[in-house]
Design a protein around this ligand. Structure first.
Ligand code: HEM
Length: 272
């Protein structure tokens, strides 16, 4: 579940800040969970609920769901080989969760470099953060729906393949992702899929990035230098990753009298 928990914190923070809004159930299916980038692919909700229940049983009303997401993301990374970083705490949980908002602000895997830069800048993150945090794609899985347009229909041209993809990698992906199977899962974001390491950056360098948003990091000289450095030096990648995760974890947090500490992560408190 490590990849699911890491991605969950990212998707929480980009929409209304790190306020656990991604965890709220919506009776009308119009919450963040129901947005295109989340529905059917975001994983770890039951695990977060279980963690929260245990924490509540020991320390009721003290630890917010937003803090649990931040800590779970860090612990997940450490568990699969990444390096520890200190997580600043004190986030409160929000009251609002909007599908429309999530659909608008979460980055798409089909974005080009300039689009990604703008998307990250909107939440106060820079090119360094963009490249380093993309390193999260060293673990986890993806659905063929995200990859197939690069393999079969690039730029809307039937039969065209994304030229940014290494041709032999494109062939391999076509065996994993038949054109009519968008729900099939590619269980490999890089060659060492269950380990948090720097192989993602080597993959990107070798034109084996899974998404356009990965491949496009080579299109800018500054980003390319960051990719190269991370590929060469696990030490620098690990410390950069921790720094950028803290920055991401600080996006628009609710503190003090703002927000609440939810009793259960999937619903706002009834006395709110
Ligand atoms: C740069 C913009 C990003 C885009 C466009 C993007 C897009 C995606 C997409 C489309 C998937 C596959 C989902 C699926 O089909 O199941 C995915 C998976 C994943 N992403 Fe990203 N992502 C981005 C940045 C990040 C960041 C900043 C992190 C964390 C620091 C992250 C962590 C992950 C992880 C761990 C997975 C695997 C999830 C799993 O196995 O359930 N991504 N991402």
């Amino acid at each position: 579940m490590a990849p699911g928990l890491l991605r969950m914190h990212f998707h929480d923070c980009f929409v209304r800040g790190c306020d656990a809004s991604v965890l709220l159930d919506s009776p009308t299916n119009t919450g963040e969970k129901d947005a295109l980038p989340n529905a059917g692919s975001l994983r770890g909700f039951a695990e977060i609920d279980a963690i929260k229940a245990e924490v509540e049983s020991i320390c009721p009303g003290v630890v917010s769901c937003a803090d649990i997401l931040a800590l779970a993301a860090r612990d997940a990374v450490v568990k699969v080989g990444g390096r520890y970083w200190s997580v600043p705490l004190g986030r409160k949980d929000g009251f609002v969760s909007s599908m429309a908002e999530a659909n608008t602000v979460l980055p798409s895997p089909f974005m080009t470099f300039p689009q990604l830069v703008l998307n990250f800048a909107a939440v106060g993150l820079n090119v360094m953060d963009l490249v380093i945090l993309s390193g999260g794609h060293t673990i986890g899985q993806a659905h063929c729906a995200v990859v197939n347009p690069r393999l079969y229909n690039f730029n809307g041209v039937p039969g065209a393949t994304d030229p940014l993809l290494d041709p032999s990698f494109a062939n391999l992906l076509r065996t994993m992702c038949p054109s009519d199977q968008p729900l099939t899962i590619v269980g490999q974001m890089d060659a060492t899929n269950s380990t948090f390491d720097t192989n993602y950056f080597r993959a990107v360098n070798n034109r084996r990035g899974l998404f356009l948003s990965d491949s496009t990091l080579l299109s800018n000289p500054v980003a390319r230098r960051i990719v190269n450095r991370a590929a060469r030096s696990p030490r620098s990648f690990f410390s950069d990753f921790g720094r950028s995760m803290v920055k991401m974890g600080n996006i628009n947090v609710l503190t003090g009298s703002q927000g609440e500490i939810r009793q259960v992560c999937s619903a706002v408190n009834t006395n709110a």
